[in-house]
Ligand binder design. Structure first.
Ligand code: ZN
Ligand code: ZN
Length: 174
């Protein structure tokens, strides 16, 4: 399948519009074929399937190469975030700082990244408690807002790709 880069139209191989350009000025002449979107004439690229909804997407629309934004967003739960955080702490980055406490510090308390320098085990435990407290409180306000915060945090700290990969490992590779 293909997707138009201009209008977003998705189409099968064989449906692309083809225009032919003749070059008679050269001895014998030759022609070139240009393929384009059948709707708007724009450029197109081959699509890849989202692992969850099996919709057709351009490669750079799939987060981590696996999931469309909608599917990955739907998969982000508080428990999922905590599981992923544990994985991230063990496997990603080289900071002493754990994901949950980092999230609490920069996202909830607004501490700037440069002001944070490692932390103690006790402090980490405290931040984990605070996180759970925030989750409990969020239920009464708006759970969706809280999930949106988690999503934006992963996005801003460039972790969505790793989150998608982690989810794929968990759900598909097992
Ligand atoms: Zn088009
Ligand atoms: Zn999807």
């Amino acid at each position: 399948m293909y997707k138009c880069l201009d209008c977003g139209h998705i189409f099968d191989d064989g449906e692309q519009a083809v225009s032919r350009e003749y070059h008679d000025e050269i001895l014998g002449g030759f022609h070139e074929d240009f393929a384009s979107c059948p709707i708007c004439g724009g450029d197109f690229e081959e699509t890849v399937e989202c692992e969850k909804c099996h919709g057709e997407f351009l490669t750079d629309e799939l987060i981590g190469g696996y999931y469309c934004e909608e599917c990955l967003k739907a998969a982000l739960t508080v428990d999922g975030f905590l599981d992923f955080a544990e994985y991230a702490d063990e496997n990603l980055g080289d900071s002493d700082l754990h994901t949950v406490e980092h999230f609490m510090l920069v996202w909830v308390y607004g501490v700037s990244d440069s002001a944070i320098t490692g932390s103690s085990k006790d402090f980490r435990a405290l931040m984990t408690e605070e996180f759970e407290e925030t989750v409990r409180a969020a239920v009464y306000v708006s759970n969706d807002d809280f999930l949106e915060n988690l999503w934006n945090y992963l996005h801003d700290y460039d972790m969505l790709g790793s989150f998608a990969e982690w989810l794929y490992d968990k759900e598909v590779r097992k």
